[in-house]
Design a binder for this molecule. Structure first.
Ligand SMILES: [Cu+2]
Length: 382
C-alpha cells in the first residue's frame, strides 16, 4: 500500500460522504418516517414483555429462563401492537450502547473466512449486547450487536452440518436471531427474548452459499440498522477448488448527532434510506487503509452478503473480472465472465477471480453514491 492513494482511488474517495447533510432535507424525510415509525417501533420498548416464552416448539426450539411468558412473534404486527411505542425513542441510545465509548478501540474486521471445524456440529452460544462500537478513528456508534461487534462473528459450516444455536439477551430491549440458512418455524425459533433470557434452536443448512443472519425483533429495520447482522457461510459437501476466501458484509449507517462521544443509530433516518456511511464489514473504507492482500496466482473467493438494512451492493473489482459467479448454491449455476453483479439486501452471493496480475485492485459497490460513502476497499495482489 503506497503512502498516497492511486489517482483512481483518490478520485473514488473524494467527498466520501463526510459532509453534514441538509437538516431541512432530513427533517422533511423524517416527517414521513414518524408516521410509519410510530407503529413499527412498538416492539422496541425496553423490557416490554416481549421475552422468551415457555412454549415448546415443534422445530426444536426451547426457551431458557424461568419467567412465565406468552408466545411472542417478533415479526408480527399483531404482537408488536401490544407494546407501547411511547416507551422507546427512535434511536439505539440504550444505556449499555452509550457507556464507555472512550474505551472502544478501533479494530480492523478480519475478512478471512474461518476454517471449517472437524466437528460436524457447531455449538454457538452468543450474547445480544448493546455496546459502543468504534467504526472509524473518529466515530463511535451506539451498537446493538451479536457478541459485541458489527457485524457479528463470521460462521462457517458445511451443507448438512448441525448448528446448535443459543442467544442470551444481555441488552435492555428484546432481541432475537433469524438465520437465513435455517428452514425452521420462525414464530418459535426466531422469537424475541427479553433481557436475561435465552432462546435455543437447531438447524441443518441444506444449501451452500453466503447467508445473512440478523435480529428479527420488530421493528426489524431498527435492529438490523443498529448493527445486529452478520454472515453464515455454508460450503458445499464437496470442497470448492482451493482459494483465498474472504467474507464481505455490506451495510448502511444512519447516525444521529453525537452525545457523550457516541452517535446513536437514527430510526427515522433509516426510514429515509439515505445513509451517512456504508461499509464492508462495519467500518467505512477500512480495507482502503488496511487492504486485503493476496499473492499473484491466487484464486480469490469473495462471499458477499448485503445486510442492508435497505440497499443492495453492486459488487465489482476495478481492473479485474470474475471468472465465476454463482447464481445459486455453489458449485451450481455458475456464470462466467462477470464484471458486476448485484447482491440484494438480505441476500448473499459468491464471486471468484484469479489474481494473475500484480497490482492494487479496488473492490467497490459500483453504485457509487454508496461506494463513495465507504463501501470500497483494496485487493492488493503482490
Ligand atoms: Cu435486536
Amino acid at each position: 500500500m503506497p503512502d498516497t492513494p492511486t489517482p483512481l482511488l483518490s478520485d473514488l474517495l473524494t467527498r466520501s460522504g463526510h459532509e453534514p447533510r441538509s437538516r431541512r432535507a432530513f427533517l422533511g424525510q423524517a416527517s414521513l418516517g414518524l408516521v410509519i415509525g410510530g407503529t413499527a417501533l412498538a416492539g422496541c420498548s425496553p423490557g416490554g414483555g416481549a421475552g422468551g416464552d415457555s412454549a415448546r416448539g415443534a422445530a426444536g426450539a426451547t426457551a431458557a429462563g424461568d419467567a412465565p411468558q406468552q408466545p411472542f412473534n417478533a415479526n408480527s404486527k399483531l404482537d408488536t401492537a401490544l407494546h407501547d411505542p411511547a416507551a422507546h425513542g427512535a434511536s439505539s441510545a440504550t444505556p449499555g450502547a452509550t457507556q464507555g465509548a472512550q474505551a472502544a478501540a478501533y479494530r480492523r474486521y478480519d475478512p478471512a473466512l474461518p476454517p471449517l471445524s472437524s466437528e460436524r456440529t457447531l455449538r454457538l452460544h452468543w450474547r445480544a449486547q448493546e455496546v459502543p462500537v468504534r467504526i472509524s478513528r473518529e466515530t463511535v456508534v451506539a451498537g446493538w450487536t451479536f457478541e459485541g461487534d458489527i457485524p457479528g462473528p463470521i460462521v462457517h459450516c458445511r451443507v448438512g452440518d448441525t448448528v446448535e444455536f443459543t442467544l442470551t439477551n444481555e441488552g435492555a430491549v428484546p432481541h432475537s436471531m433469524d438465520f437465513h440458512a435455517a428452514q425452521i418455524d420462525p414464530k418459535v425459533a426466531f422469537r424475541s427474548v427479553a433481557r436475561g433470557q435465552s432462546v435455543t434452536f437447531t438447524f441443518q443448512p441444506k444449501w451452500a452459499g453466503a447467508f445473512m443472519y440478523h435480529c428479527g425483533t420488530a421493528p426489524v429495520l431498527m435492529h438490523i440498522g443498529s448493527g445486529m447482522y452478520g454472515a453464515l457461510i455454508v460450503s458445499p459437501q464437496e470442497p470448492l477448488v482451493a482459494a483465498k476466501e474472504f467474507v464481505l458484509v455490506q451495510s448502511e449507517f444512519y447516525l444521529g448527532d453525537a452525545a457523550g462521544g457516541v452517535r446513536p443509530f437514527d430510526y427515522n433516518k433509516m426510514l429515509s434510506t439515505l445513509p451517512d456511511y456504508l461499509a464492508f464489514n462495519g467500518r467505512p473504507n477500512q480495507y482502503v487503509d488496511e487492504p486485503i492482500r493476496v499473492a499473484v496466482g491466487d484464486r480469490v473467493r469473495f462471499w458477499v452478503v448485503s445486510a442492508g438494512p435497505t440497499h443492495p451492493t453492486h459488487f465489482h473489482v476495478v481492473g479485474e473480472q470474475f471468472d465465476t459467479m454463482y447464481l445459486g448454491a455453489p458449485p451450481g449455476s455458475p456464470i462466467r465472465g462477470v464484471q458486476t453483479w448485484s447482491v440484494p439486501a438480505g441476500g448473499g452471493m459468491c464471486f471468484e477471480l484469479v489474481c494473475d496480475i500484480a497490482g492494487e485492485f479496488p473492490f467497490v459497490n459500483h453504485g457509487f453514491g454508496h461506494g463513495q460513502k465507504g463501501a470500497i476497499g483494496f485487493l492488493v495482489v503482490e
